[in-house]
Design a protein around this ligand. Structure first.
Ligand code: NAG
Ligand code: NAG
Ligand code: NAG
Ligand code: NAG
Length: 462
């Protein structure tokens, strides 16, 4: 887990918040994480580990990147949640704590929905990394084939990624954004096709009612009469994240300067960010994640597209694919070595769920398990990426391979650089081939997608 050292992080925050009066500790003693790595799905991208080296004798023959858009402004609903608490605080005349004094000249000016400069930068950096990592797969006739879901922040993410890819290759290889899939229709890169899908309102409310009250009473004592609800607290925590990511100057970020934390971040303790992060875990878990009715089936369309590319055969799907686009080799080629698709967090989670990644049978709304693997702040950050590599390895390198085969083909998957265990297709859990599934076993393991969601798709409409 790539957090900064506690002492230095604390020094940085102290120096950024010189006027906030007696410091409340922003970092949980047991939590060696910068607060921006505790913002759930609003966490800026960070590589959780180093990209794992390939086993000896193996090379990548195909790569599929599924990429969430970069850091953005709040949506309309989120803006309403933010303004609820903010306007109550602004309506209070006398604050009893200096940490709220900044509100006397605070004006809320964040817009909505768009990618922010940090999001553009992290997407460009992702394109640069992709070129450096996969240059051997690329030629003038075999550039990455790029698709994006139709919302502007997703399209901008894709365009910044392709720009980064071109920059890293000294403009020798400039991939185009070839397909923009309308979010009005069948779209495997958006969760817009399943009207009966679950919402997480009940579970979110349960958890907000656990962690909100102590924060509400503290802020109430600093802003008497504000009448903050637990929901307002959630909005103010979101404001810390959104206000901060919107304020990042790309040059400063690239130079390694600390994030320009919003003064709203100074209102909360580190363990409160930990609770906030868990609200994202709950939200995603109970919508398109393992706890969401009809979450998994919404990932099937993309998985069937992925299987088509891996096996070089036409897409077989009866769920969310656009059959017109996928039947046409100019909008869905099958002969490429490099594919990149740009999406949102909800479909990314549905796809994890359909594949079987981060499998988590339950997620309590009261007592979080600190050792859970369903941890949005690492796996569903802004600019999160799932990378599926097809590998060709020298014969006989791995023990779990059918010795009659001519070539040893494998699949491995990284999420934010972390090699996934792929226990569902028999990947070894240790040794040089750990995390590698035999190619055919991987394909077979995707039965839920290959069987069109086993009847679940019809339930989206019934
Ligand atoms: C990168 O994203 C920004 C929005 O944040 C957009 O204005 C810009 O056009 C994008 N860059 C490219 C090269 O498309
Ligand atoms: C499928 O894609 C085509 C081409 O972009 C588009 O015209 C059509 O409306 C889409 N259909 C659906 C149902 O999404
Ligand atoms: C808070 O609630 C009290 C009692 O209901 C009311 O008098 C007061 O105006 C409210 N304060 C704000 C800031 O809305
Ligand atoms: C869109 O999806 C629906 C539901 O699977 C399907 O009936 C329809 O044929 C699809 N349309 C296109 C253009 O793919």
């Amino acid at each position: 887990m790539g957090g900064r050292a506690l002492a230095s992080a604390w020094a940085v925050v102290s120096s950024l918040l010189p006027t906030l009066g007696p410091q409340i500790p922003l970092f949980h003693a047991a939590h060696d994480r910068a607060i921006e790595h505790l913002w759930g799905v609003y966490t800026p991208f960070h590589a959780v580990e180093d990209y794992p080296a390939l086993p000896d004798g193996c090379s990548v023959s195909q790569v599929n990147i599924l990429h969430r858009h970069g850091a953005r402004l709040p949506s309309a609903t989120q803006t309403a949640d933010i303004l609820g608490g903010l306007n109550k605080l602004l309506g209070v005349r006398e604050y009893t704590d200096q940490r709220l004094e900044f509100l006397h000249d605070f004006e809320y000016t964040l817009g909505e929905n768009l990618l922010v400069p940090l999001g553009a930068l992290q997407s460009r950096q992702s394109g640069e990394t992709a070129f450096h990592r996969y240059a051997p797969l690329v030629s003038k006739n075999d550039l990455p084939f790029v698709r994006a879901s139709g919302m502007s922040r997703v399209v901008d993410t894709a365009l910044n990624w392709t720009a980064g890819f071109a920059i890293a290759s000294d403009q020798k290889y400039a991939p185009k954004l070839s397909v923009i899939i309308s979010e009005e229709g069948n779209d495997t890169l958006q969760d817009n096709n399943c009207p009966n899908a679950a919402s997480s309102h009940k579970e979110m409310a349960e958890w907000i009612d656990v962690y909100g009250p102590p924060i509400a009473s503290r802020l109430e004592s600093w802003a008497p009469g504000a009448n903050l609800t637990n929901n307002d607290i959630h909005g103010l925590l979101m404001l810390c994240a959104f206000h901060t990511v919107a304020s990042v100057v790309p040059e400063d970020f690239e130079a390694g300067k600390p994030l320009p934390y919003s003064p709203f971040c100074g209102l909360f303790r580190a363990e409160e960010f930990t609770s906030f992060a868990y609200s994202s875990d709950i939200d995603r878990y109970y919508t398109t994640g393992y706890g969401g009715h009809l979450g998994r089936v919404q990932g099937v369309g993309y998985v069937n597209e992925l299987l088509a590319r891996l096996t070089h055969s036409p897409v077989v799907d009866a769920t969310s694919t656009n059959r017109t686009l996928d039947a046409d080799r100019s909008t869905f080629p099958l002969d490429r070595t490099f594919y990149a698709d740009f999406t949102h967090d909800a479909p990314l989670v549905a796809i994890f769920n359909a594949i079987g990644l981060f499998s988590t049978p339950s997620l309590p709304t009261r007592n979080p398990d600190p050792n859970r693997i369903w941890y949005t702040s690492d796996i569903m950050t802004f600019s999160s990426r799932m990378v599926v590599e097809k590998l060709e390895c020298r014969r006989g390198g791995a023990k779990n391979v059918d010795s009659k085969k001519k070539t040893d083909k494998f699949v491995r998957i990284m999420v934010n650089e972390v090699l996934q265990p792929l226990e569902f297709c028999g990947a070894p859990s240790s040794g040089p081939y750990h995390g590698l599934c035999d190619f055919d076993k991987f394909v077979k393991s995707q039965n839920y997608a290959r069987h069109q969601g086993e009847g679940d798709w019809a339930k989206c409409f019934a």
